[in-house]
Write a protein that binds this ligand. Structure first.
Ligand SMILES: [Zn+2]
Length: 270
């Protein structure tokens, strides 16, 4: 890369319209023709851009990530997919222990590779502060942290995407809590911020596949979903560590996360 694209402070990406770039006939190189002096770039890595006609490439974006520069192609393709007819409805409850629990009684585990990677990230993050402010050691540690963080973010994204896709393929209606979290929240409690960010990401994928497959994604008010009895609607107070939901009004017992998922599902009909 000869010149560098100019990035806005927080966006780290620059977008190019159709007139300002040219793809080499082999599609292994791209030339930017604007006046910034970026010139020709060699495209590395796995990609299938050669399978699309150039007219379908609407925009090109250069993105700066912790491990290098990426060229993103925005391709116009037919985005509808045939899916099987179903009337299945599902409620899902996200938590710290499981990735989610559903109203059919199933728990989706947080995968082991992600838990391992997150432990590793915490270790690397501590390394940053062991080095003196402004030192090259600190800068290096920061780079290691950024690359590891990026890797686990990508793995989480793939995981969330796969689960969201499966949920939308199998159900006509997916009901979840309308939690007020944003993927951009910076939280000093790492575990909490990772959970928030991945939940936000998961919800975005659900909305994406809901739209794509023509499924309904419903967000319901989150208040007291863990306290309510899914069988009779009474409020049963319990601490977070309670292992069983046991209703003193109707005698119904259930695993608490599954009970919450059932309450969430029922709220879509109120
Ligand atoms: Zn009850």
């Amino acid at each position: 890369m000869k010149g560098y694209p100019r990035f806005k402070k927080y966006s780290r990406s620059v977008e190019y319209k159709q007139q300002s770039w040219k793809l080499h006939p082999t599609k292994r190189r791209i030339t930017f023709t604007d006046k910034k002096g970026i010139g020709e770039l060699k495209l590395l890595g796995k990609w299938d851009i050669h399978t699309y006609p150039v007219e379908l490439i609407k925009r090109v974006r250069i993105v700066h990530r912790a491990d290098g520069y990426y060229v993103q192609f925005c391709v116009k393709v037919d985005n509808t997919q045939e899916v099987s007819l179903t009337t299945s409805e599902i409620g899902i409850d996200v938590g710290l222990e499981y990735f989610y629990s559903d109203s059919f009684g199933k728990h989706e585990e947080n995968p082991r590779y992600l838990r391992k990677a997150e432990k590793d990230i915490k270790r690397v993050q501590r390394n940053i502060y062991k080095n003196k402010k402004g030192s090259s050691g600190r800068r290096k540690a920061r780079g290691v942290y950024a690359r590891k963080h990026l890797k686990v973010t990508r793995q989480r994204n793939e995981h969330a995407k796969r689960l969201a896709r499966n949920l939308c393929l199998a159900n006509a209606k997916v009901v979840l809590e309308d939690l007020n979290v944003s993927g951009l929240v910076i939280n000093h409690k790492l575990a909490k911020s990772i959970t928030d960010a991945s939940w936000y990401n998961f919800r975005q994928w659900l909305e994406y596949f809901g739209e794509k497959f023509g499924r309904e994604i419903i967000a319901v008010p989150p208040h007291f979903t863990s306290q309510e009895c899914s069988n009779c609607g009474a409020r049963v107070y319990k601490s977070l560590s309670t292992k069983t939901h046991s209703c003193s009004h109707c005698g119904h017992t259930e695993q608490p996360d599954v009970n919450a998922a059932k309450v969430i599902l029922s709220r879509a009909f109120r």
